[in-house]
Design a protein around this ligand. Structure first.
Ligand SMILES: [Zn+2]
Length: 500
């Protein structure tokens, strides 16, 4: 049994959220108990646990059950035990998310007027009730309008605003919310004590923060540490969190902030190889940075820049041709490397938040070309009419033409370097084989070729790609500054020896 199930609250007083505890106690001691309940709030905050406690409270046959003012289930009688085990025939749990509840609601309608088989009252717990089909929701509404005696409904949902207003208005609503860190910590303490484990206060706090307001997730993280027979310390929790997201986000941040770009990129590649959910990993990275931001001990400009960059990468990942590319670009853009002449020049002009460390300014933002895209001439074939230097001038415009068509192609282009151009044939150097493979697909190639053709008002452009050999650039070649981005330079610095 998982620790979450083992330590699931079994009575009202076990519940973690004080206002939920109070609300249930108030209604359970009132003269008449509402027949329809609506439990709303984020996942993992105790809605289903509370629904089961309610079911036990109305059905408990323990000796204290009849005492005035007592509403807690005894958790010892047959009824309580069956409900805890999920085998009570009169307590029906329906997961509306699994098949949108069609069969279950039909069955519910057929059997609703039958008396309970064994228990005093029938209790229907409907999870994710917003997922019901319209037909099922309407059937449910009919039932809620005239609930039979001895029948209770507990509707649970994470998205109350998706429910029919008529359903909501029939229910007594209890709002669940994400617990505060100290509330999660106190529920974790119960688990640690029960398991006779050891924990430091800082370790438990770290678990609570990593779980981001879900008791369930917090218990899962704790379980990983406890099962490996370790004391719950910050170090052990960090390892457990790293395992759950596939790698250690703190490590990647360290590599980026100390300028170990190559190691950082290797870690990203490793994530991809391991099949880690990259968006989930980025969420963990942002969470780390958010923690540091709220501590207000460091320069906030630097942290904000990292967060905004990740935010952008997170969005781009949704449609990226190469899933890890946005994260790689973030690494390259934010690695604190030794400044190049070009980037220093740009950094002094740019009003970017900079780190206090003078030897390591953040990469400057891309220079935006202000020049409008205008046809240069009417010649349909541009062969021999242009040179590489013309392309450099237009490179920013080309990016602007590509961006609305597909921003991951733009991102790919940013990690290339134009090395030859004659008005008809364009050769780009790429630094990764899989970037080359991607750009060579018909879809990507067409986008690039059409953008370049449009920028020069010519009929066709033929794109060729060359895998980078990492040769040093001469002064006459494309420089970071006039390409409008220093990523090329950064990439060259990192992959100086050539990457296959
Ligand atoms: Zn009982």
């Amino acid at each position: 049994m998982t620790l979450y199930l083992k330590y699931r609250p079994q009575r009202v007083s076990d519940l973690d959220l004080p206002e939920v505890k109070e609300a249930l106690a108030k209604y359970l001691t009132a003269k008449s108990l509402p027949h329809a309940w609506l439990f709303t709030g984020p996942r993992g905050t105790g809605k289903t646990s509370s629904a089961r406690i309610l079911a036990k409270s109305v059905n408990c046959t323990g000796h204290k059950a009849k005492e005035a003012g007592n509403f807690e289930p005894c958790n010892e009688c047959g009824m309580c035990e069956e409900i805890t085990a999920g085998t009570a025939i009169d307590v029906v749990e329906i997961d509306a998310a699994s098949n949108r509840g069609i069969d279950e609601i039909r069955e519910l309608k057929e059997r609703i007027n039958l008396a309970p088989m064994k228990a005093k009252s029938k209790v229907y717990i409907i999870d994710e009730v917003h997922m019901l089909t319209t037909e099922a929701a309407n059937a449910l509404l009919k039932t809620l309008e005239e609930p039979p005696a001895n029948t209770y409904f507990v509707l649970c949902t994470t998205e109350a605003d998706k429910l029919l207003e008529t359903v909501v208005s029939r229910c007594t609503r209890v709002n669940f919310r994400k617990p505060k860190v100290e509330e999660t910590v106190s529920s974790l303490k119960r688990v640690v004590e029960g398991e006779k484990g050891k924990a430091t206060a800082a370790g438990l706090e770290m678990v609570a923060k990593a779980a981001r307001g879900s008791f369930r997730d917090a218990t899962k993280i704790l379980e990983q540490v406890i099962l490996s027979h370790k004391e719950v310390t910050e170090e052990a929790v960090r390892e457990a969190v790293a395992m759950s997201v596939g790698a250690d986000p703190v490590k990647l941040l360290e590599f980026v902030e100390t300028g170990e770009t190559k190691k950082a990129l290797e870690l990203v590649t490793e994530l991809d190889v391991k099949g880690v959910n990259l968006r989930r990993f980025v969420e963990a990275l942002v969470e780390q940075l958010r923690e540091r931001l709220l501590e207000m001990k460091e320069d906030k400009g630097t942290i904000l820049k990292l967060i905004f960059g990740l935010d952008k990468a997170y969005e781009q990942m949704k449609s990226a041709v190469v899933a890890q590319l946005p994260l790689e670009i973030w690494v390259i853009e934010n690695s604190n490397q030794k400044p190049t002449t070009a980037s220093v020049k740009q950094a002094t002009n740019a009003n970017l938040p900079t780190a206090n460390k003078t030897e390591a300014p953040p990469a400057p933002a891309a220079k935006v070309e202000k020049e409008e895209v205008k046809p240069v001439n009417d010649n349909p074939s541009g062969k021999g009419m242009y040179a590489l230097s013309d392309l450099e001038v237009k490179w920013g415009d080309i990016m602007k033409l590509v961006r609305p068509k597909n921003h991951s192609v733009e991102a790919l282009l940013r990690s290339t370097r134009p090395i030859e151009f004659d008005g008809e044939r364009l050769i780009l150097e790429v630094f990764y084989k899989f970037h080359k493979d991607k750009l060579e697909t018909d879809k990507c190639r067409q986008i690039v070729e059409m953008a370049v053709a449009e920028a020069f008002s010519v009929d066709t452009i033929k794109l060729n790609l060359k895998l980078g050999q990492g040769q040093k650039k001469g002064k006459e070649e494309v420089t970071a500054a006039n390409v409008g981005d220093d990523i090329v330079k950064a990439a060259e610095a990192i992959f100086g020896v050539g990457v296959v």
